[in-house]
Design a protein around this ligand. Sequence first.
Ligand code: ADP
Ligand code: MG
Length: 695
Amino acid sequence: MDEQTFLDSCPVTELKGVGGKVAEKLARIGILSISDFLFHLPFRYEDRSRLVPIGALTPGESSLFEGKVELSEVVFRGRRSMLVRLSDGTGFITLRFFHFSKQQKEGMQRGQWLRCFGDIRGSGQQAELTVMHPSYTHITEQQRGQVEEGLLAVYPVTEGLNQGSLRKFIKQAYHLVEQGQGVRECLPASLTARHHWPSLGASLKQLHYPQTLPTADVNKVPAFQRLIYEELMARHLSLSRLKKATQDKSAPRFDPTGDIRHAFLASLPFCLTAAQQRVINEILLDLAKSWPMQRLVQGDVGSGKTVVAACAALAAIEAGYQVALMAPTELLAEQHYKNFQAWFKVLNVNVECLLGRHKGKIHQLITGQLAAGHIDIIIGTQSLFQDKVVFSTLGLVIIDEQHRFGVDQRLALRDKGLQGGLFPHQLVMTATPIPRTLAQLGHADLDLSTIDELPPGRTPVTTSVIPVEKRDRVIERIKQGVADGRQVYWVCTLVEESELLQCQAAEVAAELLMGALPGIKVGLAHGRMKAEEKQAVMAEFKQKALDILVATTVIEVGVDVPNASLMIIENAERLGLAQLHQLRGRVGRGQRDSHCVLLYKSPLSNNASERLSIMRETTDGFKIAEKDMQLRGPGELLGTRQAGFMRFKVADMQRDAAIIEQVANDADEFLTNAPEQVEPLIHRWLGNSVEYVNV
Ligand code: ADP
Ligand code: MG
């Protein structure tokens, strides 16, 4: 076997500790060969070189600390959990475990010393320190203070495979490299020489075992740069290939007179913005071509993407084809259904929806009508693409808020629509800003349209940041607002890790508001309610039968109630900027001035405080996305981001704009000098791609 590429073809079972069962789990995260281990890259690092006295721990940071067990108990507070109180003479901290074995419980004897690492949180009025599910080891009193570990890489894991075992396997794989076993160098020598990059082996060493914590400009470090470049080159080459393959396919050509569309637009109570018109024209041009459209429409929340989608749908319908509109949640699917029904009824266009609750006879009826061609546009979730659902003449697939769907799913959808050698057109809509750089990346397989204008008459949302202790003042403000005819969202966000707890928090908040605001009608919507219940509550809110809607983040996507003009978000300090922006986009949709109150729990970490300030300062989704990137903590730099629809291991579409440019410039040289490396490079970075479970 070729020594230079030995590890690429060597199965994982050659490593110590990897049997058939473990190999199966590894395969789930795309690790089949030993070199796949080397390319299983960390997404952040933990600094375990510094031991922090408990009294000096800061909420919001991840730290290493030691302490003696003072008390250990199993409690039932909504959910069974084990609480372990530690002290080291400088302060106290409580460890909290939701999942624990008998053995773990018995290990928490009073007087036992532990060394722990985890995210420190301040909770409760006294800012008592807690940490959920820390990683920990038992130590003896003599071992105190003897910290050996430095920076520790944190890897994407999967169920049944923890960080510890992954680290061991990766170490073994890396030792083989040190002993001279090869992984394929996919980059042509001319390129590595010109960019002054270290060898692949040396670069991998620095990623897995860095000496210093990488900072925000990690892409200036040659080893990182090289791997970022490789990943982007792989993506570039694969996207160009994909795009070419798409253009070689055939699709039905729609060249409608536009009569139905004009009738539809005339029926709307508003005129399209110039940006909407431009994007609709771009779509119509695509639809008139003989190969399948692959177009992404990006537009900030509230920019009016739905109307654009409706116009595209009418072009297909007028040509006698069917349209499928897929939303990420049932709630949103149902909302689209209501909209399209109201819009299209007068046009004699047949709209149906297919949801999870449509079982048995109803399901049969709808799918039967669909197959017979009686339905023009069908709206639903992924379930639209089950095997049982058959179309008569599917011509256009519209995917809303697509960052929730992967590229693979999207392609699978397209292939499912294949009929008589013709593929359906695809239109994808997203509110997540796609960085400008993406267009450069291999003439990305999707063409991009941007709705860069909000409908007129919108006043930007005013945002205030208020500590939760002043909740009473906020409730007073709600009272005045409601008296003034406003409708209010009260959003309960992830309080702890579990959805159940989040729903309970929403129930508690609803109770509290009902108690504090007699005579004001409060509704509740959360993820544990049945779809119909949720929908009924949403409908009541929309019809103004409710003043306040208490909800979990189920409302994040697509909920549209223009009369709602006040939003309160609890635990705002725990949310990412992108999510806060999505949530806030639910208000500011009507004619009235709108307000958003971000409630936080003190003390705020510097980072959290800066994030909340940005929300106060701007409502521009693109600026917010850029800040989001800058504000990531040290060590949290790799691959956790998705650029709309792509998941990267090391690259970042915003940070790495300069490298993307290099890639675009070098691609031809690569293809000329190393055509045989194209396939291995793509395979290495994208080949076994799967969704990771981050634990
Ligand atoms: P998003 O882009 O977030 O999906 P929607 O399509 O839900 O936004 O539109 C938000 C709101 O703006 C809806 O109530 C919609 O009817 C309205 N709207 C869309 N286009 C216009 C326009 N050109 N003028 C005024 N209102 C519009
Ligand atoms: Mg929308």
